[in-house]
Design a protein around this ligand. Structure first.
Ligand code: NAP
Length: 307
């Protein structure tokens, strides 16, 4: 039998949708994908989620949201959806584990870390010195120099976090102006362990005979190349929305983000809703993702009531 509503994704958007849909008595089935818990599970302290005066650990926030959804009857399973058929009144979603059917679908699949696409990046990715998650891997690089690439809030946050472990953090940014908020830039600039390498374009990740990262090669504004010694390169250059399996039938903009209706969560297909970072290239915050999840669940509930 078809589910009332299937929610794809267990980041802030998916879990908030799950809380609202479950509390409305819809018993949603929530599918956790490649990164259960979403991006907050790779963040350290979340300082700007309302209600937490002294901040909250990202993993703790997510696991509380999941427990809250389960309390109201949300069901959780793991699968990755490859293709969808939204042509009939019952929506079909084909995953690696099973094919699912639902009257309404909320897609909250988030976004994945963008990579540089330079030589050495893939080769050393994971345990050998290239990563996109300081929270996950920072503690492996104690008392050694590390590089963070990027000039946004993520890069600044990662650089600051890594000062807890590394002997030195070199922040490599391709411009001399930061995209990050002023408060983060000031914190980075005033930290004694952080060194800035501005106007530097990463060219290649270089390793040694031990199969681990030893340098990041960059080109500076004068066109010179230089090798920055480091044991790890943390890449923090933004994200790519996880929308591919749904296009078509859904539409995306030139950057791959879902195009939603005026209410920010409805799509061109009745009964299919989107929420969170897969549909929001502007705000991309935990709280805005949660807000979209709430809207999507309310819209799904109204749509189901009318059908
Ligand atoms: P972002 O703001 O899009 O910044 C990405 C950075 O990576 C930019 O500085 C960009 O350089 C650089 N970049 C992109 N492609 C590159 C490439 N191929 N080579 C070298 N550099 C490259 O992404 P983000 O930092 O992940 O932040 C995303 C959103 O989350 C933002 O809205 C941010 O405010 C929010 N966020 C908030 C917090 C917080 O409030 N605590 C923490 C993290 C993130 P250019 O500047 O030259 O384009």
């Amino acid at each position: 039998m078809a589910e009332n509503v299937i929610i794809l994704g267990t980041g802030c958007a998916g879990l908030t949708a799950a809380i609202y849909a479950a509390r409305a008595g819809l018993t949603p089935l929530v599918l956790e994908g490649g990164q259960p818990g979403g991006q907050l599970t790779t963040t350290s302290e979340v300082e700007n989620f309302p209600g937490f005066v002294h901040g909250v650990d990202g993993n703790e926030l997510i696991s509380n949201m999941k427990a809250q959804a389960e309390r109201f009857g949300a069901k959780f399973a793991w699968d990755r959806i490859d293709t969808v058929d939204f042509s009939g009144p019952v929506k079909k979603l084909k995953g690696g584990e099973a094919t699912y059917e639902a009257k309404a679908v909320i897609i909250a699949t988030g976004a994945s870390p963008r990579l540089l696409g330079i030589p050495g990046e893939k080769e050393y990715y994971g345990g050998n010195g290239v990563t996109t998650c300081a929270t996950c891997d920072g503690a492996f690089y104690r008392d050694v120099p590390v590089v963070v690439v990027g000039g946004g809030d993520s890069a600044c946050e990662e650089a600051l976090f890594l000062t807890r472990f590394a002997s030195k953090v070199i922040l490599v940014h391709r411009r001399d102006k930061f995209r990050a908020s002023e408060i983060m830039v000031q914190r980075v600039k005033s930290h004694e362990k952080i060194e800035l390498a501005l106007n530097c374009i990463p060219l290649e990740v270089l390793g040694g005979a031990d199969g681990k990262v030893h340098h990041l090669r960059v080109k500076d504004s004068s066109g010179q190349t230089r090798d920055i010694p480091c044991k790890c390169v943390f890449i923090a250059i933004g994200h790519i929305p996880n929308t591919k399996p749904f296009v078509p039938p859904l539409s995306v903009d030139e950057n791959g983000y879902f195009i939603a209706g005026e209410n920010t969560v409805s799509t061109s297909i009745p009964g299919v809703f989107v929420a969170g970072d897969c549909a929001d290239h502007v705000y991309r915050q935990a709280i805005t993702a949660a807000g979209m999840g709430c809207r999507a669940a309310i819209e799904a509930e109204r749509w189901l009531a009318g059908h």
